[in-house]
Write a protein that binds this ligand. Structure first.
Ligand code: FES
Length: 201
């Protein structure tokens, strides 16, 4: 997995929108006043949503100021978690899980398809400007391996054919539906087969 790159062209300023200021105040109510810095993660998430899915350094400084905590502490949190993007990503942002369960079920082929169809390197925006991809650690859906996350949705039980279809549609700005691509409902067995008169998954 590559290290996170901080974007070269940084905006000078950042402030929460009025809507996000209201959300921020709601978030702060979850924590004791003396521990308001505990809100750093949801605040970073708000900043990312507001700024086209990536967090500029100015937003980290703004949040540090808002929560009365050192800027470096906000920076440490933002650079530690893969859920925070520190440089622009595609409008359709694909995260490919390459941890062991997904890898032994074919995640390397999904990575290869992303290289062919989106961009040869992770974190690069596709030529048409709509997509980017990156490898990430386990996304907690190992039971549906291999899987990818596109923006907020999970696409599970993938193979080369389904991944190709998903990526081809995405490039055309027509995302396919999320969920299992083996027709499973949540994590239930695919279908039951009758063997010697007994039900088997
Ligand atoms: S290993 Fe891929 S979701 Fe857990």
């Amino acid at each position: 997995m590559s290290l996170k790159k901080v974007h070269d062209n940084q905006p000078k300023d950042f402030t929460f929108s009025n809507e996000n200021l209201k959300k921020a105040e709601e978030i702060l109510k979850r924590y004791p006043k003396k521990n308001k810095k505990s809100a750093v993660m949801p605040f970073l998430y708000l900043a990312q949503k507001q700024n086209d899915n990536w967090i500029p350094l100015a937003a980290m400084k703004y949040i540090a100021n808002y929560l009365s905590m050192p800027y470096i502490s906000v920076y440490e949190v933002a650079t530690f978690y893969t859920m925070y993007n520190l440089a622009p990503v595609g409008r359709h942002f694909i995260q490919v899980c390459t941890t062991t369960p997904c890898l032994i079920r074919g995640a390397d082929k999904i990575v290869q398809l992303c290289k062919e169809k989106i961009a040869s390197k992770e974190n690069e925006i596709s030529k048409n400007g709509s997509c980017s991809w990156m490898e990430v650690e386990c996304l907690g859906a190992c039971v549906s391996a291999p899987m990818i996350q596109i923006n907020d949705d999970y696409y599970e039980d993938l193979d080369e054919k389904s991944t190709k279809e998903i990526l081809d549609s995405l490039i055309k700005d027509k995302p396919l539906k999320p969920g299992s691509y083996r027709g499973r409902k949540n994590t239930s067995p695919e279908k039951k087969k009758l063997i010697n008169g007994e039900n088997h998954a």
